[in-house]
Design a binder for this molecule. Structure first.
Ligand code: PEP
Ligand code: MG
Length: 889
């Protein structure tokens, strides 16, 4: 296969092969936009290299052919002494990994061609500055030289000259610096800086390939769930220079505000500088709008291009550009990252502009973003001390102890502390600390600085460029206006939506989106309401599209009411064990300890009206909608006191010769019921089969509650669900008893109840014999928590804290199977059971009530296998509705 594509050969749909950057450079080239010519080496070439340690055999020749074509187009040769072509070598994977991989600029400069460049540009200083940048970047990224060594030499040169910024160094100073840099390379790398331009290029290409497996890149991919086997493409692009004087410069821009979604002029510009200077946030940029004063022609052209790009991509784009002596060049574009709130706003704005339709709008947002918007925010009315304001780079309200380095951030967060990572600016080495922190605060850099871009990607709160704060990382403190000093460990609060920084802990309030779902807020005019309006509209799109119904896991009227406000279409799982706790525990204890039938029946009789009342409340909260009540599931010992505690109490009483008959009896019962593997023991349907009267009491409570609601002109739609069934015989026995009780209640109350009886499918055997089980079940609800536990043999209560980190690190799975359904294993059992169940009973109702019911990716799976509904916790309901809508597009 072809390993190298000219920019004129690719297009935006080839991201797998050309990476995001390469595909979009090609797209812009073909749109006729000013892109410096170049070519892209495919991810396939990278994959071969990473797998075998060697570049594919044909690569060298293909690169040569493309290089010759490029040289012809540019009318100069790579590194040619009198008029050198210079190129950049940049990484570019399918998914953007900001700052995680390598880039080398100015390839082609050497001791000879630096003079040619000086002449060609008419600027000796520029040529030597470009050369020293090449040696520095090449030394660091290709030859592995410690980057600080170059920085220190640069600082020393500035100090010697008593200047503070690099632009004040003159050609002669830079020439000396080049000599110094070459010495550093020689000592540290044990080889000379290569003078052969082609060797420079080939080594740089290899370094970019290698950077795919750098520690930073790997960590980032794990965090972002980017597969490790994609590889990166490499873009070789002819250089244009933003550092050729005041009529040159470089910048980044967004076609709309990535934080609010508003249209306008958003971006940063830096005069007389090269691209990396902006992204790294090293020097202070000016707002893009000021470019209009600096260079009106380029500014107008840029605005025009931005419009072209938005209309072409039909989405927010971000852009990197360079102006070389008044000529504008596009160096990169991509569909830009945005905050969760902006995603919703932009999607509806684009619908209003007629650029996209409702279906497409649903693809522009996702459940994770909606979940993020449901986080609480700071209470604006709280009495707080604001000490600074930076740029609102990534929304959220974060409170924590200030720490000033990544190492401490990680260490403290491991010991359970919430921390805010405070830095002057971040760089890729801070990634660990950023992950560990609740939020990130920097005193320098704009919306496109490293901190901002990475934090937005991680959905982490970030305030950047809070310039009034003097951050002193060496002494681990920062000074705020007025002179107050924040020491390491002092609590601060940062608001990523407003950019405000506060001393101390600011109280938080619910998000406007939650207020909206709760019905306490409606669309209006202010900023928060714009977001609410957008969410409202997108939810309507999703509800119109989705086939899956969404129910709630709820055990009481309060949760049921909230679920209903959030859009639940019923209850998919009411766990009755929650009704056996609290002050009813004593009754349950008596039931478990009963020596005689009479005693047991007595306690069941006392429990009955309590259970019934619970159901009356639940059915009235969910009037008109289905409520699936699951009969008691957990092992009985969960309702008894802790065995160790009780043993101590008994021993103590014994030694004191206190009366302790009851305790002793209890202890004996606890011993009797003790199980080595309670999750695989006496629980679920097994309880119903060995404890006479337990399930029938629950069924009676359900039936009587339904009858009462019916007689009160309500519309109860109860469904009775049997847990942990492994074979149809279990279900048949329970069912027979239940049918009898229901018939009794119907007769006694003169009602027709139509109570459906179904089962959970949460054991492999149940899934494997689903065809038989469906004979006795009117519905299935997949209990994917237990099903995952039993299919994998993973204890659901233990493994996430014990060895899952190791599994995730080793890439055995990218996400816990308890969080996102394991499609290949657990999922294939689910789909087989769906098929077999429906074969037996075509109108079998199918749902899921494990945690996966509220997980975005899993919702898509459940849509695909044809379930009728998902059931999840009340707060996940909007997420499930949205994802069910997205799954149906
Ligand atoms: C399940 O196992 O998926 C389930 C919903 O039941 P529980 O979590 O109560 O065991
Ligand atoms: Mg279960």
């Amino acid at each position: 296969a072809k390993l190298v594509y000219d920019f004129t050969e690719g297009n935006k749909d080839l991201k797998d092969l050309l990476g995001g950057k390469g595909a979009n450079l090609a797209e812009m080239t073909n749109l006729g936009l000013p892109v410096p010519p170049g070519f892209t080496i495919t991810t396939e070439a990278c994959k071969v290299y990473l797998d075998s340690g060697e570049e594919p055999a044909a690569l060298r020749d293909e690169v040569s052919a493309h290089l010759v074509a490029l040289e012809d187009k540019m009318g100069k040769k790579l590194g040619q002494a009198d008029n050198p072509l210079l190129v950049s070598v940049r990484s570019g994977a399918k998914f953007s990994m900001p700052g995680m991989m390598d880039t080398v600029l100015n390839i082609g400069l050497s001791d000879r061609s630096v003079k040619g460049l000086a002449e060609q540009a008419g600027d000796e200083r520029f040529a030597w500055d470009s050369y020293r940048r090449l040696i520095q970047m090449f030394g660091k990224t290709v030859l592995g030289v410690e980057g600080d060594l170059f920085e220190e030499a640069l600082e020393a040169a500035k100090a010697a000259k008593k200047v503070t910024v690099d632009t004040e160094l003159e050609a002669a100073d830079l020439k000396k610096l080049v000599t110094k840099f070459k010495k550093i390379v020689k000592t540290e790398a044990g080889r000379d800086f290569p003078q052969d331009p082609r060797e420079q290029m080939d080594l740089a290409i290899k370094a970019v390939f290698d950077s795919w497996n750098g520690d930073r890149a790997k960590l980032y991919r794990r965090q972002e769930r980017i597969p490790h086997d994609l590889g990166t493409a490499v873009n070789v692009c002819s250089m244009v220079f933003g550092n050729l004087g005041p009529d040159s410069g470089t910048g980044v821009a967004f076609t709309r505000d990535p934080a609010s979604g508003h249209q306008g002029v958003y971006g940063d510009y830096l005069q007389n500088a090269q691209g990396e200077d902006v992204v790294a946030g090293i020097r202070n940029t000016v707002p893009l709008a000021e470019l209009e004063q600096i260079d009106k022609k380029s500014y107008d052209q840029l605005m025009q291009i931005m419009e072209t790009l938005e209309n072409h991509y039909k989405d927010l784009c971000d852009i990197e550009f360079t102006i070389e002596r008044g000529q504008l060049w596009m160096l990169q574009t991509r569909v830009g990252k945005r905050t969760a709130g902006a995603a919703f706003r932009i999607a509806t704005q684009l619908v209003d502009q007629g650029l996209i339709d409702e279906t497409e709008a649903l693809q522009r947002v996702n459940g994770a973003q909606l979940a993020q918007l449901m986080f609480p925010r700071f209470d604006e009315d709280a009495k707080v001390e604001k000490v600074g304001r930076g740029i609102a780079a990534s929304p959220g309200a974060a409170v924590g102890k200030a720490v000033f380095d990544s190492y401490t951030a990680v260490k403290w967060s491991r010991s359970g502390e919430k921390v805010i990572l405070v830095r002057r600016e971040t760089n890729p080495d801070d990634l660990d600390g950023m992950i560990a922190a609740e939020g990130i605060l920097t005193s320098r850099g704009g919306k496109t600085s490293h901190a901002a871009v990475v934090a937005r990607g991680m959905g982490k709160t970030c305030v950047c460029g809070a310039e009034e704060l003097e951050v002193d990382t060496k002494r681990r403190r920062m000074t705020v206006p007025g002179g107050h000093v924040v020491e390491e460990g002092d609590i601060i609060s940062i608001d990523g939506s407003s950019g405000k920084v506060y001393l101390g802990e600011v109280p938080v309030v619910p998000s406007p989106v939650v207020e909206y779902f709760e019905g306490r807020m409606h669309a209006g005019a202010n900023d928060a309401d714009e977001l609410v309006e957008a969410v409202h509209r997108i939810m309507a799109f999703a509800d119109r599209k989705r086939r899956l119904r969404v129910r709630a896991n709820a055990d009481n009227a309060e949760d049921a009411n909230r679920a209903r406000r959030f859009g639940a279409q019923g209850i998919g799982l009411c766990r009755t064990e929650h009704m056996f706790l609290g002050d009813r525990r004593e009754l349950v204890e008596r039931l478990i300890l009963a020596d005689t039938d009479a005693e047991r029946e007595e306690s069941l009789k006392e429990l009955l009206p309590l259970q019934k009342q619970d159901f009356v409340e639940l059915f009235s909260a969910m009037d008109g909608l289905p409520v699936t009540v699951r009969l008691l599931d957990p092992p009985l010992h969960e309702f008894l006191p802790d065995i160790t505690e009780l043993s101590v109490r008994v021993a103590l009483a014994e030694s004191r010769k206190d009366p302790h008959e009851n305790e002793l009896r209890l202890l004996q019962a606890v011993h009797r019921l003790h199980e080595q593997n309670p999750m695989l023991g006496l629980r679920g349907v097994r309880l119903g089969l060995v404890i006479p009267g337990l399930f029938t009491m629950q069924v009676r409570a359900i039936a009587e509650a339904a009858a009462e609601r019916k007689n009160a002109k309500g519309d109860p739609r109860a469904e009775i669900m049997i847990p942990l069934v492994g074979t149809v015989q279990e279900l048949e026995i329970v069912r027979e008893e239940a049918d009898q009780v229901i018939a009794e209640v119907e007769a006694a109350t003169g009602t027709q109840l139509k109570l459906a009886i179904g089962t959970m499918i949460e054991l492999p055997r149940a899934a494997l014999t689903a065809g038989q089980i469906a004979e006795a079940a009117e519905f299935f609800s997949f209990g994917t928590n237990d099903l995952t536990q039993t299919v994998w043999g993973f204890s659901r209560d233990d493994v996430e804290a014990s060895f899952f980190t190791a599994y995730l690190e080793k890439g055995i799975f990218g996400v816990s199977p308890f969080e996102t359904i394991d499609k290949d294993g657990v999922g294939s059992l689910v789909s087989a059971a769906v098929k077999a169940g429906r074969e037996t009973r075509p109108d079998l109702k199918l749902g899921v009530c494990g945690e996966h019911g509220g997980d975005p990716e899993s919702v898509h799976f459940f849509h695909e296998v044809g379930l009728d509904y998902v059931s999840c916790s009340p707060f996940r309901i909007p997420v499930a509705r949205l994802e069910a809508g997205r799954a149906a597009t």
